[in-house]
Design a protein around this ligand. Sequence first.
Ligand SMILES: [Cu+2]
Length: 275
Amino acid sequence: MGIFDRTLKFFAVAASLALSGPAFAGEGQPSPWQMGFQKAATPIMEQITSFHAYVTIIITVIALFVLGLLVYVMARFNDKRHPEPTRTTHNTPLEIAWTVVPVLILVAIAIPSFRLLFAQYDFPKPDLTITATGNQWYWSYEYPDQGIKFDSIIVQDADLKPGQPRLLTVDREVVVPVNKNVQVQVKSTDVIHDWAVPSFGIKLDAVPGRLQVTWFRTEREGMFYGQCSELCGRNHAFMPIAVRVVSEQEFADWLAKTKASASRDDASKVATARD
Ligand SMILES: [Cu+2]
């Protein structure tokens, strides 16, 4: 196959992947050759996705327009076709147009942009509060109102069960109920980490000595994965975030089970301490 054929094939594959982006995008996790965002699991992420599409259209139209102007100028006003340079220095209508049109474009971008920003920071009354604390190199979680506290550690490749995604699976997942406002308080014990779950539209730095707050409300049950998104040292790539969204009943069951096992853990710790 010649280089031309190969290039053509590459672009054909790239174009078909780009067009089928949403079909490829994983549910709660990235998928091979994914081009777009992960499927939105919260209203905020839906808003982010549509704002992204809207701005991409504007950018594309502007880029094509400028490209068209350049090609036109090169063809029309080159030395051969236009040997005598024009002496034009001012054109008032044109100058007004190229000032006003960009202003209008910026306003058209600013309005939905601010609407999205305000929606992200418009914290609803939380139904559940959890604390995510970044450590080198794992996350620990706390449900302060339920008295639950645990570390969430990556599962090594050799220990993965069928269906568990590599580099994303943890031993203890965050469990939250569906259709509830979950407030997440993000902290760090050492360096700056970042608690990010793409399908929720969340990415928030965990800064030592500072309490950061965000929230989400998922519309579907399922597993949703994220990763630490601030380079934090040697094992930065190995501290995934796994959130399991379940029904209210399953959440109540999980709470009861976790509380019971936590008190058992405490008892065994006391026993070990005595030995
Ligand atoms: Cu990190």
